[in-house]
Design a protein around this ligand. Structure first.
Ligand code: XMP
Length: 328
């Protein structure tokens, strides 16, 4: 039997009871595979790696070491949530790596999107490998591979940051959710007690805000993007149903704004923030859902009032094709 093929008889995990049975089965399987050895996991805080972390903590507790790399391109509140949920609530062995300067220094002045992606991916592996080398006796690497990753990329997780670790780091893989579809991973995560905003999180690209801070990333524009994105997610997150993906991009141009100082109008140049919300099934094509005008105005007002350097708010109504979902 091919371990990477989902058996036709495997029931779809749709209920808490089915999730519980799956968890019990996987806890036993992981224990049998790993014994008393140590396991390493790159924990981004995304759905898949979070569910694998929670499952492994249940199975092997402190034999698991989670490494959370903060590359500076995460959304507002994400690193804090990983520390809170895994470090504090689940009492995991969690290594938090502040690699912000390292990534942003490497990215400084780089405008080409694919070069940015390559730098982020390569740097991520380097940081993770450095952490792995510091630990003694790790024999296993856990990964949040899910079934669509296997179907789409013959076992290599598409877009995934981990993979291609250096030769000296040869680990046996632990992939407890590799036969599950995304919706099943969420049911399992919920049953494991992970918070809803982690389990029902919208897709977020590996290079993170890096591909939404258009062109060469600067720290100030990146911070403004992070703030504006948090506002957009909070407001559009109130829609029912929520769009498949909704976020902000910040292009690398400025336009004229006007502000009043002592009653006197003064022109200045500022950034424009772009609101992007799309619906899709497979991310190959995407449509743009209606957003109530009142909600758009609330977003505009909050961004203009609070986000430094931004003097214009735009709504991207372009569909895919021809426009990709991300701006880069
Ligand atoms: P596009 O922009 O190609 O995006 O229409 C389709 C889906 O893929 C995500 N995306 C990425 N995910 N690394 C990722 O992990 C990437 O480099 C990347 N680029 C795009 C995007 O967010 C959307 O869901």
């Amino acid at each position: 039997m091919d371990p990477n093929k989902r058996p036709e008889t495997m029931e779809r995990i749709t209920t808490p009871a089915l999730a519980k049975a799956f968890i019990d089965e996987q806890v036993a399987a992981v224990k049998a595979q790993v014994g008393d050895k140590k396991v390493l996991l790159a924990l981004s805080g995304g759905v898949d790696s979070s569910v694998v972390a929670a499952l492994l903590i249940k199975a092997i507790g402190k034999q698991l070491t989670c490494v959370h790399v903060n590359h500076g391109l995460l959304r507002k509140g994400e690193p804090e949530q990983v520390i809170e949920v895994f470090g504090k609530q689940l009492n995991a062995n969690l290594i938090y790596v502040d690699a912000i300067d390292r990534f942003l220094d490497k990215l400084a002045g780089v405008a080409d999107p694919e070069t940015k992606r390559k730098i982020i991916g390569k740097e991520f592996i380097e940081v993770f490998a450095e952490e792995a080398r510091k630990l003694d006796g790790v024999e296993f690497l856990a990964q949040g591979t899910i079934y669509p990753d296997i179907l789409e990329s013959h076992g290599v997780k598409a877009h995934h940051n981990v993979g291609g670790l250096p030769e000296d780091l040869k680990f046996e893989l632990v992939e407890p959710v590799k036969l599950l579809y995304k919706d099943e991973v969420r049911v399992v995560g919920k049953e494991l007690g992970l918070p809803d905003n982690m389990v029902y999180r919208q897709p977020f690209p590996g290079p993170g805000l890096g591909v939404r801070c258009v062109g060469a990333i600067t720290r100030d524009r990146l911070e403004s993007l992070r703030e504006a994105d948090a506002i957009v997610r909070e407001e559009i997150g109130k829609l029912d149903p929520v769009p498949w993906q909704y976020f902000c991009a910040i292009p690398d141009f400025t336009s004229t704004g006007i502000r009043y100082v002592d009653g006197k109008g003064e022109r200045y140049m500022g950034w424009a923030v772009v609101i992007r919300a799309v619906n899709t099934v497979d991310a190959v094509t995407a449509t743009v859902p209606e957003i109530p005008f009142k909600m758009l105005c609330t977003i505009r007002d909050r961004i203009i009032a609070t986000v430094p350097g931004v003097n214009r708010v735009l709504w991207d109504i372009s569909e895919k094709p021809v426009s990709t979902i991300e701006w880069e």
